[in-house]
Design a binder for this molecule. Structure first.
Ligand SMILES: [Fe+2]
Length: 188
């Protein structure tokens, strides 16, 4: 799938009034692309692929906005299209976010839900920084997300809080490679 094909697919999904998850997909791709370009000076990384991974990571939101199910559905959708590598980013982008009882129905394994490569970590990071069209620091994005989930899925709030430490660990990896934090690279 090319980036342009991914964008066409995103545009083809039905949207409800007020939906901005399509813009979120595009911006996560753009943030991840900027980070990948910065890291590209220090390590081999395919920034174009990272941009596409960011674009598709939430395609499952065309089926469900459930914090768990959207990742399973995104995986299913991209597997149907023969895009196994892109399917993986749908399940792993929230790093460790799944319910064991759901795995069998979707034919997924626990390891499908953990980021492994720097490319995948960049999508996790970028997803944590995009907030309704802006690039913000993780704590700002997280407090907005927590406020949203406190009403809808309160059981998901501890999962969200665990993302603070994971973000810090990945940011440290990036600092060790490039001598700059994610915030310094993005100028926020
Ligand atoms: Fe996302």
């Amino acid at each position: 799938m090319t980036y342009e094909q991914g964008l066409e697919l995103l545009k083809s999904f039905p949207k409800k009034p007020g939906d901005d998850w399509d813009r979120h997909c595009i911006l996560v791709g753009e943030i991840a692309f900027r980070l990948a370009r910065a890291l590209g000076a220090y390590m081999p990384i395919d920034a174009g692929k990272v941009r596409l991974m960011g674009l598709v990571h939430d395609f499952g939101r065309s089926v469900s906005h459930c914090p768990y199910r959207h990742s399973y559905e995104g995986h299913k959708l991209l597997m149907k299209l023969g895009e196994a590598e892109l399917a993986r980013i749908c399940t792993c982008h929230s790093n460790g976010t799944y319910k064991p009882q759901d795995l069998e129905e979707y034919g997924l394994k626990p390891e499908d839900f953990y980021v492994r490569t720097m490319e995948e970590k960049l999508i996790f990071i970028s997803d944590n920084l995009e907030c309704h069209g802006d690039i913000v620091r993780q704590e700002v994005r997280l407090s907005e997300t927590i406020a949203r989930y406190e009403k809808r899925n309160p059981e998901f709030v501890p999962v969200l809080k665990s993302k603070l430490e994971e973000f810090k660990a990945f940011d440290k990896e990036i600092r060790d490679i490039s001598s700059r934090s994610v915030y310094e690279i993005l100028g926020i």
